[in-house]
Every structure is written in C-alpha cells, then in structure tokens.
Ligand binder design. Structure first.
Ligand code: C2E
Ligand code: MG
Ligand code: MG
Length: 626
C-alpha cells in the first residue's frame, strides 16, 4: 500500500491540454498583432513611396519647364532619360499644355491617361502594383504642362515581405520563449501544488495518511460500502504507554517509535486497508468489505500482538501496548462522524478494561461514557461546593500498637451521584487535570487538620497524602508543595507523600529529579501498593524514599498463602536492606497483623485498627488510643 495517494489530483493530460490551449490562444493573438503591424507598415511604405516619387517628379518638372517653354523635345527627352538611374521608375512622359507628349522615358512609353477626370494634376493613384503620379510643370505661375511618372510598387512589396518575415520570426521566438517560461512556471506551480496536497494529507512523522486524509477515505469507504451493500470496520488504536518513551527519551526517540509502530501496522494489514495517524499516539484503520466480525477481531489481535513486540529505540528495548476500539458501518453508525465517535468509545472501554486489548462497540458503552462525562462535569464544581472531604486512617506501629500517623483519603459526597469512590473519580480528575488543584487542597487540608491534632502532643503524628503522577508533572511541584507547607506553618517532615509503585516506575527517569527536590524540602516519600508495579531494584536504590507500603493484595491471604507470605517476606527484606520503613496496608485480622509483625514489618494500616474516619472523629479516636 502506498501510504497516501490523492484521488482529487487533476490528470497530467488535462494540464497538458490546458497548456496547449493557452499557447494556441497566445499564438493567435500574436498573429493578429503581426497582421495589424504589416497593414500599418504597408501604408507607411506606400506613403513613403508617394513622397519619394513626388520629389522625383517635382525635380523633373522643374528641369523640364524650359524645354516645354521652347518646345524642345530633345532637351525634355534628356531630362526624363535621367530617370534611368532609378530602379523603381517604370516610365515617364512630359506632356505640354495641349496634352501632347513632348518626351517619354523609355522611348515610346505611353502612360495610361484614361480617366483623366479622376486623375488631376498633382495627384497620384495606385494601379495594378504601380504608382502613377502627375506633377504640374509651371513657369512664372503659368501652367505649361505636366510630368506623368509611373513607378513600380515592387519595392514596397519586397520591404513589406522582409518586414512580415521579421515580424513573424520575432513573434514566433517570443511565443516559444513565453511558452517555455510558462511551462517552467507551470511545472513549479504543479510541483508546489503537489507538495501542498501531500503535506495536507500525510503525517510527516510516519508518512501515513493524516487525519484529513483519513476522514476523506472514511467518507469514501462508507459511500462505497453503502452502494455495494458492504460492511466497513473502523479501528481506533491508541498506544497505552507512549508518553513514557516520549518523556524519558525525548521526542526524537518518540517519533522513531511511532514510525516503527506505523511500519508494523502496515505489515500486519492488507494492501487496500487504510492506515492513518490521527495525531499523538492515536492511529486509525479502515477495513473494507468486511465479512464476519471474527475477521476484524483477528486483525485487532494481530495488531496488538505485533505492536507489543519489543521496540528497539536507542539501544533499549521498549514495550508499548495498544488499546483498540472497533465500530462497524452500517450496524453501529450510518455516518463517518458517529462511526469515529463509537470506535473512540470502544477504545476508551478497552483502556478502562486494563489496556492492551480491543473492544467492539456496543451501544451500552455510550451510557458508560456519558456517565463519566457527567461525573467529570460534577467534579469540576465539587471542590468549590464543599463536596470533597478527607477521611483519615491511622497508621499503627505493629510492635507497640501506637498510632504514628494517618493516611488522608479523599471522599466525594456528590448530591447528584452520591458517595463516589476515589477509585472512580481520582482517575477522572487525573485525566482532566483537576487532580492538581484538588491535590493541593488535600495537602493544605490534611496539614491544617494535623496541626490541630499535634497541638500539645509529645509524639508528633505525621500525615500521608496520596499524590498522582499528574501532579508530579506540574512545573515547580516541589516549590508549590514547599509553599503549601509554609502556609500551614508546620515542619515538612510531618508530611509524607505516597506514590503508587506503577506510577513511579512508569516514568522513573523523568521523576527522579523531582523526588530529590521533594526530599530536600524534608518531606517523606513512600511507595504505595508496593509489589504490583514491577520495580526495578536498581531504581529503588537510587530513589530517595523513606517507606515501602506492601500492597493489600499480598496481605489479605496471610498467613495461609505461601506465595503471599514469600512476597511479603521479600518486600520487608528489600525495604530493610535499603534502610526503609515497611508498612502493610489492608490489615483486617489479628492473624495478618501477627504474621506481618513476625516478618519484621514496621507499621500496619487497615480495618483491624480503624476504618478511614472523618476528621471530626480523629480527636476522639486519638483520645481513646491514648
Ligand atoms: P490507597 O492509597 O492504596 O489507599 C488505601 C485504600 O485501601 C483506601 O481506599 C482505603 O480505604 C482502603 N483500605 C484501608 N484499609 C483497608 C482494609 O483493611 N481492607 C480493605 N479492603 N481496604 C482498606 P480508598 O479510600 O477507596 O482509596 C482508594 C485509592 O484512591 C487510594 O489507594 C489512593 O490510590 C486513591 N486516593 C485516595 N485519596 C486520594 C488523594 O487524595 N489523592 C490521590 N491522588 N489519590 C487518592
Ligand atoms: Mg495510599
Ligand atoms: Mg495502597
């Protein structure tokens, strides 16, 4: 498949015909101009001949006047005989007052003197390519006779011929030069047009069709399928962890990766399938003449499989996965916009379902997307309306049973949607960026609450706040957090920031600097849900962290599950060997607590000790805990 071609491009034959037609028009115009010039030149040459002949006749008339006075035919013959020097004179006669010919050149020449009425003395006329001119011969005012001179117009025609040939030659050369220049200009315009059309239709990074070209192709595919009663499948493919490569290795490596993905997609598809990059890490595919749905699901699996193979970028193997959404014409949508929207909804579902998968569109998906959209719009006003609150869950020293601090957990009591779990709304807040202001509010609120609880306390408590990676990407995050701490006027080490292991490892290169800056503030750092995010031990060593938090999933089946026990043991060992505090979350039973204590785990948190409680209950809880 050629990545892109343009059905709208005019055929070269048509443009040649256009060029030929315009050359023809220009040639016609030049020819007309040359013809007009020749006519003008003819009259100019003719009038010059008349002037010359008149001068010549006047000279003869002057010279011959004496011969006429004396009726001296010999002298008159001598004078007109001098005309032999002229190449254009055909003949001349000298006529006396009575109309008799006194002398003629050449001898015996007789001018046609018919119609003398329309041919007065001192006049001229043109006749059969000759010019005849009559000049009066006067002596002291008296009319003695006249000289009748006949000259050939051949010279006029000769000169006109030369002039015409020259003019036509010049016109032809001018036409050739103009046509040459024109065709060069036309060629460069054509090239520029082609370039523009190319740029408007291809994605410069991958060479695939871009969004514009894709939309045109989709419209076309739908029209065609409609007339032939066929099915079209549209696949929308989004890379799941492309940002990581882009952020880690930079945009050039990111582009390289996109090119590799594009090549793999092209190889996995048929020649007449359309592949496009719609922007960012989003690709789209059109499959024509689809038979069974299973055909399409096979294509989806193949795409996911081929993209999932390691991608070598700058000497490192990167693993990128893809989520694919599929919608069919005509079952799922009748027009390209709805088809695209539905494929997008399906893709979104594939992401929600855990990524690296495909989903076929079903109408119920629209409802779940709608729900998310309404949740998002309610969330936008939740903070201002005071619908957000913090609940606190104590962290217990497993050995002594003492409360060492709390984890602040966000709660949303929405008048519209009821109690929304942070597991549901935090990802939405992350996607739309609301997590940044919400997260800052959480820190401020948690520190303000902690200040009242620590007031007059011998052993100061700390508070742990969950942070999302989206917050880490905010410019100057450490300065912003420093300001929040300063505004609350509390020591920085009262605050612990919890980051989930998967978030940290997703972009560890880019974040390590931020971690160090936060650490310099005096803030403590913990890795949450540890054991689920495939930490690299070498990174763990380099990260300036204080605490590892064993994920709940390894705690719930303790002490019976041998695997979980082994994992928990390993995490405690790794944590302690790196000099970190280890805490277990989700402790619900005394057996679990005991098993963890036996493993050497330092702290615990879970329903066994207390469920997350509103701030108002914390004082009572602390009083009871002593
Ligand atoms: P997490 O940070 O791992 O929080 C622990 C979760 O486990 C909390 O769920 C807590 O209520 C629950 N939990 C505690 N003890 C037990 C137990 O014994 N058994 C069971 N089954 N569960 C227990 P919650 O409050 O629903 O929070 C869910 C997640 O939402 C949190 O996981 C955290 O990742 C996120 N989250 C909560 N508050 C915030 C916040 O302010 N900012 C950010 N970015 N994320 C937050
Ligand atoms: Mg947490
Ligand atoms: Mg956790």
């Amino acid at each position: 498949m050629t990545p892109v071609d343009h059905p709208a491009a005019p055929s070269p034959r048509l443009s040649y015909r256009l060029a030929f037609a315009s050359a023809l028009v220009a040639g016609g115009a030049l020819l007309l101009a040359v013809a007009l010039l020749i006519v003008v030149e003819f009259f100019a040459l003719r009038s010059a001949l008349v002037d010359d002949t008149r001068v010549q006749a006047a000279l003869i008339a002057d010279n011959v006047s004496a011969a006429l006075v004396f009726n001296d035919a010999e002298a008159a013959a001598d004078i007109v005989g001098s005309l032999r020097a002229s190449s254009i004179v055909i003949g001349a006669i000298v006529v006396d007052g009575e109309g008799a010919t006194l002398a003629a050149y050449p001898d015996g020449f007789a001018a046609d003197r018919s119609n003398p009425g329309d041919f007065a003395v001192d006049d001229h006329r043109f006749r059969e390519s000759r010019l005849e001119l009559v000049a009066p011969v006067r002596h002291r005012g008296a009319m003695l006779g006249h000289v009748h001179l006949v000259v050939s117009m051949a010279v006029v025609y000769q000169r006109l011929g030369v002039y015409a040939v020259a003019a036509l030659g010049i016109a032809a050369v001018a036409l050739l030069v103009a046509v040459g220049l024109l065709s060069r200009v036309r060629q460069s315009v054509h090239l520029a047009e082609q370039n523009l059309r190319h740029l408007a239709h291809i994605d410069p990074v991958t060479g695939l069709a871009n969004r514009n070209a894709f939309n045109e192709r989709l419209e076309f595919a739908i029209r065609e399928a409609d007339s032939f009663d066929e099915k079209v499948a549209m696949l929308l493919l989004d890379l799941d962890n492309f940002k990581q490569v882009n952020d880690t290795l930079g945009h050039q490596a990111g582009d390289e990766l996109l090119r590799m993905v594009a090549q793999r997609m092209l190889r996995a598809l048929r020649r007449d399938d359309v592949v496009a990059r719609l922007g960012g890490d989003e690709f789209a595919v059109i499959l024509h003449r689809v038979g069974a749905r299973s055909e399409v699901t096979q294509v989806c699996s193949k795409l996911i499989e081929t993209i999932g193979q390691p991608l070598p970028v700058e000497g490192l193997d990167f693993f990128v996965t893809a989520s694919v959404g599929v919608a069919f014409f005509p079952e799922d949508a009748q027009d390209s916009r709805t088809l695209t929207r539905n494929a997008d909804t399906a893709m979104y579902q594939a992401k929600l379902a855990g990524k690296n998968a495909f989903e076929l569109f079903v109408p119920a998906m629209n409802a779940s997307v709608k729900k998310r959209v309404t949740l998002e719009s309610s969330l936008r006003t939740a903070m201002a309306n005071g619908e957000l609150a913090l609940h606190y869950q104590p962290k217990i020293d497993l050995m002594s049973g003492r409360v060492l601090g709390f984890e602040a957990l966000l709660r949303w009591q929405s008048p519209e949607h009821g109690n929304v779990s942070p597991a549901d709304f935090v990802p939405i807040a992350e996607d739309c960026g609301l997590i940044v202001p919400i997260g800052e509010w959480v820190i401020t609120q948690a520190l303000a609450d902690l200040r009242t609880w620590n007031d007059g306390r011998a052993h100061k408590l700390h508070v742990a706040v969950n942070l999302s990676t989206r917050q880490l990407r905010v410019d100057d995050i450490s300065r912003r957090i420093a300001r929040l701490i300063a505004d609350c006027a509390v020591p920085a080490d009262w605050l612990e920031l919890e980051l989930t292991e998967s978030m940290v490892m997703e972009n560890v290169h880019a974040q390590i600097e931020t971690f160090h800056q936060l650490r310099e503030l005096g803030v403590k750092l913990a890795i949450d849900d540890f054991g689920t995010g495939y930490s690299s031990m070498s990174y763990l060593k380099r990260l300036p962290i204080d605490t590892l938090k064993i994920d709940r999933s390894f705690v719930s089946d303790l002490p019976q599950d041998a695997n979980d026990l082994a994992i928990a043991t390993a995490i405690v060992a790794v944590g302690h060997s790196l000099g970190l505090t280890v805490i277990a979350e989700g402790i619900e039973s005394a057996d679990q607590a005991e098993a963890l204590l036996n493993l050497g785990c330092d702290l615990g948190q879970g329903y066994l000790y207390a469920r997350p409680m509103p701030a108002g209950e914390v004082v009572r809880y602390l009083a009871a805990a002593g």
